[in-house]
Design a binder for this molecule. Structure first.
Ligand code: ADP
Length: 397
């Protein structure tokens, strides 16, 4: 059975066609600059050369049509007919308080995605466009919505409630939702399986450290807390996002600089994080590491602060769960940066965390990186959000 996974951004569309019989990727690709001049599709069939088409893509509908054509292309394609695609799994950013699981799309689901435009203003409209484009291109083929917020829906009230007047929750659903849910769910389940932990009771902390970064705490695979909030801005220091800040900082800067709230949030989302802390060296952690190696003080502080905040969240979540059986690192930084993992774990020695330097000398490979004596199993678990979406889709169709 072949499943197409679609991840729509406001001007982009990523896709993977996965053969679920052996979970292999048949083709993947990216449409860029949808609705903007200079759109292009980069299509990568497995085992063949990359194929780039530069063609206007005024809408996501045109993008989907081009993807379908590329998948069926006599030379670069991997299927003869779209009827070979059994279902389409869509990454959807926000399901509000309605969806705590993936669901086959019908008119009700589309209505809820639309009602959550406020909560995910950049992503939800694009996600819905992707769904509707697939409905038009492949009538009758089921579409499944896999929500980034679904994993966080099992958080208890004490974890998701903001200490602000309750009427805002009642009127507008203002609460903590959490994001990267597909990754946290996949990695925590994989940590339990790979680490041989009890699937009912295992206390797992997942550190998803990429350009966007978040930590989650789960018991028996159910999320009990996670660091992102109403939006992905809360929590860790990220590539360009500030993570936690005193909200009064906003008012202070806005008054001094004459900014409105949209400009201020743009700064917190796109110009802060390690990028802002280093006066714009880069949002890419490798560049920050290189700058630190060249003696740049701001880069050193940014990396130290990033690691420090991850460590604080792990400590907080271990306390929140009254213990932790496993800590799993994932995503670009988590999977590749052995020094970061080592530095985080060395501050957790008080909890009996002990890293094995040799085992930790690894990139992107599923592995236990703690020593046999460590009281907490530390693991590197590569995330695979597309495969997770495809599995969720398969389970529903
Ligand atoms: P996202 O999906 O949020 O864009 P990724 O999970 O792809 O992020 O992670 C991208 C980040 O991973 C980049 O900032 C990149 O610098 C970082 N990264 C990749 N390799 C390394 C490495 N060897 N050391 C440190 N960071 C790395």
């Amino acid at each position: 059975m072949k499943i197409l996974v679609i991840n729509c951004g406001s001007s982009s569309l990523k896709y993977q066609l996965i053969d679920m019989d052996n979970e292999s990727v048949l083709a993947k690709g990216l449409c860029e600059r949808i609705g903007i001049e200079g759109s292009k599709l980069t299509h990568q069939p497995a085992g063949k050369d990359k194929y780039v088409i530069e063609n206007p893509m005024p809408t996501h509908k045109t993008a989907i049509e081009m993807v379908m054509a590329a998948l069926q292309d006599p030379e670069h394609g991997v299927i003869k007919d779209t009827s070979e695609i059994s279902a389409i799994g869509h990454r959807v950013l926000h399901g509000g308080t309605v969806y705590s699981d993936s669901i086959v799309v019908n008119e009700d689901v589309k209505r809820v995605i639309r009602e959550c435009f406020d909560l995910g203003p950049l992503h939800n409209p694009a996600n819905l466009m992707g769904i509707e484009a697939c409905e038009a291109a492949m009538p009758g083929t089921p579409n499944v919505a896999v929500f980034d917020t679904a994993f966080g829906m099992s958080m208890p009230e004490k974890a998701y409630t903001y200490a602000i007047p309750h009427e805002y929750y009642e009127k507008y659903g203002i609460r903590r939702y959490g994001f990267h849910g597909t990754s946290h769910k996949f990695v925590s389940a994989e940590a339990i399986r790979f680490g041989g932990l009890d699937p009912e009771t295992a206390k797992v902390i997942v550190c998803h450290l990429g350009n966007g970064a978040s930590v989650s705490a789960s018991i028996g695979g159910k999320c009990v807390d996670t660091s992102m909030g109403l939006t992905p801005l809360e929590g860790l220091i990220m590539g360009t996002r500030s993570g936690d800040v005193d909200p009064a900082v906003l008012q202070f800067i806005m008054n001094k600089e004459g900014l409105d709230i949209n400009q201020m949030l743009d700064i917190l989302n796109k110009k802060s994080g390690v990028y802002g802390m280093t006066n714009g060296i880069s949002s890419d952690f490798r560049d920050i590491e290189n700058a630190k190696a060249d003696g740049n003080h701001l880069a050193e502080v940014a990396l130290d602060a990033f690691i420090y905040r991850v460590t604080k969240y792990i400590g907080a979540y271990a306390a929140a769960m009254n213990g932790v059986d496993a800590i799993a690192f994932t995503a670009g930084v988590g999977e590749n940066d052995k020094t970061g993992r080592k530095n985080i774990c060395s501050s957790l020695a008080f909890m009996g965390v002990e890293i094995d330097d040799e085992a930790n000398n690894v990139r992107g490979e599923e592995r236990v990186i703690s020593s046999p004596n460590s009281k907490v199993k530390v693991m590197l678990i590569p995330t695979n959000e597309e495969l997770a979406i495809a599995r969720e889709t398969l389970a529903l169709v």
